[in-house]
Design a protein around this ligand. Sequence first.
Ligand code: NIG
Ligand code: FE
Length: 417
Amino acid sequence: MNSIAVLHAAQLVTLAGPQRARVGPELSELAIIEGGGIIVRDGVIAAAGPSDEIERELPNDVEILDAKGRIVLPGFVDAHAHPVFAGNRVDEFEMRARGATYEEIAATGGGIRSTVRKTRAASEAQLLALAQTRANWFLRCGTTTMEAKSGYGLSLDEELKILRVIRQLNETTPIEFVPTFLGAHAIPEEFRGAPEQYVALVIHEMLPSVAEEQLAESCDIFCECGYFDLADSEKILMAAQEHGLRIRMHVDQLTNSGGAFLAARLHAATADHLEQTNATEIAALAEAGVQPVLLPASVYALGKTRYPKARTMIEAGLAVVLATDFNPGSSPTPSIPMVLSLAATQMNITPAEGVTATTINAAYSLGRGDKIGSLEVGKLANFCVFDCADYREIAYWFGLPQIDSVYVRGERVFHAD
Ligand code: NIG
Ligand code: FE
């Protein structure tokens, strides 16, 4: 029971290939089947191939969806996002339009700390309702799996509150959320003069509780001048590893503070941002097998011009990932299609490389490459139908929603009117 078949996609973008993250020229290999189709049984892909072959294998009880010249590709996997917070920072957005910088706004009590104040004041139920609305934004942009970081609580109870909201998002929305603990996002107001005490709190109180309640799979840190330096980052991340958490790191976003070398030394799963990272550090990341997560929407939204050296990373053999960095300060967008546009126009990432970086490579970075990220037999039937005939149009027509429908485990969870 519960079989569906999708037939006659102008392009079935399968991403079939090696069972690992893709590197170098592999990033351009999408394994597209023109006129392709799939059969889904009990939420899992049972067959994928040319529609005439698929039609021969159709089970009796199957419901048929004719993709009629549209394209079908795996649901996007957004591997870096901060979706749980209260309020917004539209005032800061306007201040930046008038010439202030992100750093200046943060120095006067705005920035992450202003979202922390609003998030602490919100109840768990209020935060959940806000995040559910945002989950719907992601879904309608084609995202079916996403990372969700804490980091706007910055106390034991408040960080746990956010992580519990993420758990509830998993139970109440079609998106799969992969939780990351980001207690080391900023030093909170009350520890301003004593950052070492906050680091101790993260290590001795927050991490053990997060691990005990199994509220996160990974630990992240904002390794940056004025936030967490290399020594504190190393202490926190090593403690996280002792609790069995994987490591993701915000590094080299505003300044180059050596964070990429630390990510390499700790064999982090990912090093994210990397706007200020140079060739030597890129070589170290390659050597250690760390996946770079590039976030061009945050560069764009802050009005900056220095994008990460994506081509150097691809040439060095890094398994590049692209993500939104959705957050109220530096990247208020849930849209992977927008990220693909920015990747093409600002970083010379081709549309094919972009699709690989937001599906299969992103899935491997979240430890889910065996279940999602490509349309191959045995994987979850998480896919989107786009109203165009060529996958490159997703990045090309920017600012225009081209999504037709979104499926999670073979169930339609979004349909455009
Ligand atoms: O990834 N860099 C740190 N964290 C976010 C910004 C968070 C915020 O401004 O609220 C980022 O860009
Ligand atoms: Fe971020």
